[in-house]
Ligand binder design. Structure first.
Ligand code: GTP
Ligand code: MG
Length: 335
């Protein structure tokens, strides 16, 4: 009877895996969408070069890091070498140029925390945010993209986690929950910690890529095509990983003492980083170290109310993965 039960169990897991993979596939942007994004960026480049011949335009965020679901906005960074450019002036000028080229809803938000120009392309319906000289974001976008190339399970897990977070309303930094960027770092760290590891720690390896941006040294091993079998000793399936991910954040993470660190591929102590006290608005109630700006805690947006919401959601998800006969529906139920 035991072996019959095992076979049934196996079937359940296979079925659940297929369901998760189905959800993942349905979230991936179709090729034609990628083509349209490229066309819009090409158009923007053409317009920008006329005014600033030395400037570069980079895609960052989810369209560049390979963790973007279908219908995401494009995040673009305009890089201008000139060190004392006045960002507001550039943004207003840029808005002017774009406006007169048939782009819609062009808006310069010069007072935002990250000042941007927003616009919509009427041909493709794609929205786009353009910021100035945010090169650290361009570099961390490359890091995430490189991690995604190593093992397919990272992209699968991160899509499921982001989809869960959006469905449950816990992907809203202005309301004290976490950014998509933070969730992807949580997934990378989690896969670095599996035994055997599914992802390496690229910043702990031989340096093949190095840039210094805003006085921050960004260096790591980026020849990731050489690592394509890195995770193959670990046979865990996506359903198991989703279960273990939520289980970790619901019951095992030490919120009082621990900092997760993709940079070191390990857990650091809050004490070591002096993240034990509230300083200004940084409360450090859940600590996620930025891989390059190491003094930067991506959990800084979380306050004493939203930490409860977040932890309750992790617990809810863990319970569903443990007990629900049809977790793929319940997990993503709108809140
Ligand atoms: P979605 O738009 O939700 O699909 O995800 P996204 O990957 O575009 O994430 P998000 O809008 O949270 O952030 C866009 C990009 O900005 C990220 O990919 C990072 O490159 C960068 N970014 C976001 N937050 C931070 C931050 O706190 N510090 C740094 N250095 N970069 C950040
Ligand atoms: Mg984005």
């Amino acid at each position: 009877r035991n072996s019959k039960r095992q076979i049934e169990c196996r079937r359940d897991i296979d079925r659940l895996n297929a369901r998760f993979l189905g959800i993942y596939e349905s979230l991936i942007p179709p090729d034609e969408e990628k083509v349209k994004q490229k066309q819009l960026v090409t158009l923007l480049k053409k317009l920008v070069i006329k005014e600033w011949p030395e400037a570069e335009l980079y895609i960052y965020g989810s369209c560049g890091n390979s963790f973007g679901v279908s219908k995401s906005d494009i995040d673009v960074c305009l890089a201008i070498e000139d060190l004392d450019v006045n960002k507001s002036e550039v943004l207003l000028k840029l808005a002017d140029i774009l406006q007169s080229d048939n782009l819609q809803n062009v808006q310069a938000l010069t007072r935002a925390r990250v000042p941007i120009v927003k616009l919509m392309d009427p041909v493709t319906g794609i929205s786009c945010d353009i910021c100035i000289n945010n090169l650290l974001a361009v570099v961390n976008t490359k890091l995430l993209r490189d991690y995604a190339k190593i093992d397919a399970r990272l992209r699968q897990l991160a899509f499921i986690v982001k989809h869960w977070a959006k469905s449950r309303g816990v992907n809203e930094t202005y309301r004290g929950t976490l950014s998509s960027y933070a969730y992807v770092l949580m997934c990378i760290h989690f896969l670095q910690q599996r035994k055997p590891a599914i992802l390496p720690c690229l910043q702990g390896m031989e340096i093949t890529y190095a840039v210094t941006v805003d006085n921050v040294e960004c260096a790591y091993f980026d020849q990731v095509e050489k690592l394509s079998s890195f995770g193959s000793r670990n046979k865990e399936s996506i359903a198991q990983l989703v279960w273990a991910f939520f289980n970790y954040w619901a019951y095992w993470h030490d919120y009082a003492n621990d900092v997760i660190s993709v940079r070191t591929g390990s857990i650091l102590s809050k004490r070591g980083k002096d993240w034990t006290r509230r300083i200004g608005n940084d409360r450090h109630l859940i600590c996620i170290e930025d891989p390059f700006e190491t003094s930067h805690d991506l959990g800084r947006v979380v306050d004493k109310f939203s930490i409860r919401v977040l932890r309750e959601e992790f617990e809810r998800a863990a319970e569903i993965m443990q007990y629900d006969p049809d977790p793929c529906v319940t997990l993503f139920e709108p809140y």
